[in-house]
Design a protein around this ligand. Sequence first.
Ligand SMILES: [Zn+2]
Length: 219
Amino acid sequence: MRFDESVDGADRKRIAKALDDIEEHGDRFHRRLSRFVRASELNIRVGPAKSVGGSGSVRLESQWGARRAVSSGELKMFDAASCVRLSIARETIDTGGQRGIEGTLVHEGKHAVDFSMMLASFSSGNGNGYFNPTAYQREYSAHLTSAFYLRLRGGEYAEEGIALGLLLVREGELSVNCEGIRLRLQRNYGLTAEAPGRTLDHCSYPRIRPSEEMWFGIL
Ligand SMILES: [Zn+2]
């Protein structure tokens, strides 16, 4: 990861600690996610929730840079992370503490993986289907990633998961609440399977296109 200058020393330590904890307490996917964030050149920023657009968000670092990287035709997922920016809200760190940072990194980290995968897929894909999930698919999978993490983490993490509708206790056992997640996506994002929102290639304007259709990212 590459910290923007907006991230001070104390926050860098908190974020590194959260990635350690995700690696220690998460499942195989969470561990891979944590290592991907840490080892790649993913850009990390901290800013007010107002400009971040919530507790955290993921977008392209530069639309032009991403399109140019895709047009090379050989962009790998790991390298594509340098075109992606993961932002954490100041408020998430100040009021949510380590739990807030972990939760945001797990959820937004999944989005960052999706962005990187999409860019690599459009760069070197052969036209037989690109990785290009809809907003509904992206939010559903990010919420699932969080739900599995909160369940494994237990304690107050699990309680938060229940309060958010990501987890539920069924027959005395803590389970992922798929119905609760779908409800949350509908209420908070207006997304359903029938109204799934835009595909990820629309994260850039003009949108990301397969490398063979682009010429140095210009077209
Ligand atoms: Zn999300």
